[in-house]
Design a protein. Structure first.
Length: 284
């Protein structure tokens, strides 16, 4: 279990300070034993920060994009390991890169690193996710003073849903999951309900702890609802932390009619996804 949790260890990256303490000697950067693979805008940051409340978990603060960006992947595992936090034996290293889920080359690469690595997939209503995805791109463009088309123009072509729209494709969860299931057994992928995580994080965290074989250490008292933000924030050792303003921002508008078309479009893909994961979600 420890081997699986630590994902193997580094022998050369870290030179510990000269100390006789075996604790310091054992402090190293280790490959992740668990990865949050997506979905983009599903609540991956919230899940990572919440898992980080656990004393046996250390997380890579920034998205690593090792398996999905060629330039990073070419740098090899030593580079990947160097992006990880320092841990002591028995602690679990976790990283999150939402771009992994929909990138076709990633599942085999992750398996090459460690076929026993545990995978967390946080999903959210695919229509909401798409709108959130659009809102993020719109925001990025506006901050660079670049124009961007209204969502409806990107989403609809001659009044019908345009299957070529990238943000729509990222919401076709069954297609992406099928590629992961060619490489990993279903039991190795834990599905987190991102909508439930927003409503009440604790039950989702308890299930994630169980999946990761962690002793139950995250408690309901680690969360409080922040009425100003309209989301749960984190409480740990007297510190109070909300996610930044890019998480939980107002969504770009979409007409009721277009939303209805979108929901109808997702009906079949959603059903296929539910069959794959063996459970259903109350999505539109
Ligand atoms: N507690 C808490 N606080 C703030 N935000 C929360 C929280 N839990 C889940 N979420 C939802 O996380 C959504 C962003 O998802 P990601 O972190 O996966 O986005 S990203 O892909 O990394 O950009 C973000 O999406 P938007 O609401 O569309 O901004 C949030 O709805």
């Amino acid at each position: 279990l420890r081997e699986l949790r630590s994902g193997g260890s580094s022998s050369s990256v870290y030179s510990p300070p000269s100390s006789s303490s075996s604790f310091y000697n054992a402090t190293q950067q280790r490959l992740p034993g668990a990865i949050i693979i997506g979905v983009r805008k599903g609540g991956t940051r919230a899940l990572l920060e919440m898992l980080n409340l656990h004393p046996d978990v250390e997380v890579a603060k920034a998205e690593v994009h090792y398996f999905n960006v060629e330039e990073h992947y070419r740098r090899g595992l030593a580079w990947y390991r160097a992006q990880m936090p320092f841990t002591v034996p028995g602690q679990l290293t976790v990283e999150k890169t939402p771009g992994y889920f929909a990138a076709p080359q990633v599942p085999a690469r992750v398996s090459d690193m460690n076929p026993a690595v545990r995978l967390l997939l946080i999903v959210r209503d695919p229509a909401e996710r798409l709108i959130s995805d659009y809102t993020q791109v719109l925001h990025n463009r506006l901050t660079r003073h670049k124009p961007y088309k209204p969502l409806e123009e990107l989403l609809l072509h001659k009044g019908h849903i345009d299957p070529g729209y990238k943000a729509l494709q990222r919401s076709l969860y069954h297609q992406h999951l099928a590629r992961w299931l060619e490489v990993f057994p279903r039991e190795q992928i834990h599905v987190v309900d991102g909508d439930a995580l927003i409503r009440d994080p604790f039950p989702e965290l308890r299930k994630a702890e169980r999946f990761l074989d962690l002793p139950p250490r995250i408690n309901p008292s680690n969360f409080y609802y922040n009425t100003t933000k309209g989301f749960y924030c984190l409480l740990s050792a007297g510190h109070d932390k909300c996610l930044d303003e890019s998480k939980g921002r107002p969504h770009a508008p979409l007409s009721g009619q277009a939303l209805k078309k979108l929901c109808r479009y997702f009906r079949k893909p959603n059903k296929l996804f539910f069959e794959m994961v063996g459970r259903s979600f109350a999505w539109c």
